[in-house]
Design a binder for this molecule. Sequence first.
Ligand SMILES: [Zn+2]
Length: 424
Amino acid sequence: MTDGTQDEFIKSVFGVDVAKLRADGANATVDIGGDASGRVSRRQPHRPVPPRVAQAPGPTEDQMKEMVQIMKIRDGITVTFDVAAEDKAFGAAILAVNADRHANPFDPAKFQADLKTLKGATDRLKAAADKVPLKARQKSRDDLLKRIADLNTAGKLDDLTKIPPQQKAQMIDDLLGAGEPNPDQRMNLELLYVQTPLDSGFETADKKHQQETADKLKGDKDLIAARQNWKNLDPKNKAQDSAKMLTSLQRIADAQSDTFGIKHVPVVDDSKKIPKGDFALFSDDDDKIYVDLQKQGMNDFAAASEAVLHENAHHWQHELVKKLEAKQLKPTDPLFNEARLFQANERRPGGYIKPPPDPKKDDQAQMDEIAYERQPVELHAIKAGKETAQLLDAALQAASPSPPPATGGQGSNATTPPPAKRSP
Ligand SMILES: [Zn+2]
């Protein structure tokens, strides 16, 4: 809200017409002395018509003024990753107030209580934002942008690949530290991501995880049977088939969680939670893996397990960042460097690159797509999902009692190319 559209924003969120409030001295009651065209209505001579009617149930004038004041404060704040939690609380508080406004019947007590919560959230956001050394952050960012531009001029952008992970993470922080990047800054962030390989110590450790997860599951009779029968399951029409698929996917996620040493999280079939075009998602809001069993691709065992292994890799990333922030990860830990990159990549706002709706639209969309796949959290999750699923599929196939009968030339265990994962 720094582009002069504040009034429109307030209007859309609160339904408060600020321009009108300013114009008529914040008098929000409706004068019905005339009709909509401004024409004065005929009045019966002996029945005085009151010039104003009572407002429809809703916020009072003072409450509306307070909302406008809150939005003014919010408008003056630059949200950086330091205040992401406070900003999230502010967003939730706004949603609650907005829902109250449109509730039928209107509940004045609830509105007042939620407005108070919003006021508190605003104060906390402002207090936290005031502590961020914005000027110094802007300087670090601009210095970095110049450094990248100089490398570009010298034709040495590839040198970025050689920068050690800790320094690279600091560079990402520098790009994000003064608030959400503008398009040019974002392009530089994407450039950094594309030039950031997985940390070698982390990669070696995670290769072991992949094998360990497959080994944990290779003798699992239920999973062997489920894999063989997967193509015959029909989650569209049969609730018991969805349940069977979920049981298997849960087993796979749990084995991987045990390998990572993190808690089990539920695998839930709920297409509404998943953005269009995706078929799985890890939500760090409620620590759940959401899948859409009816999406094409999920009828392939290897692809479905890949989706869950990918999302659970994101779950592990979140846990690693938590450990890092709680100082429970030593700098000598082989996971430390990559965890630091995950932390920088997950900064909000601006750290995570979302996949473009149409990657082929133009050069920018193509760049976004590449950066999406190469940013640290996706680079790892894509690899972990794909490679673990392949190891698992091969292990289960090797343990299958007998090859399924060939039908029409193609074995029913044919593995279709795994779908791209597009969820954070
Ligand atoms: Zn992902």
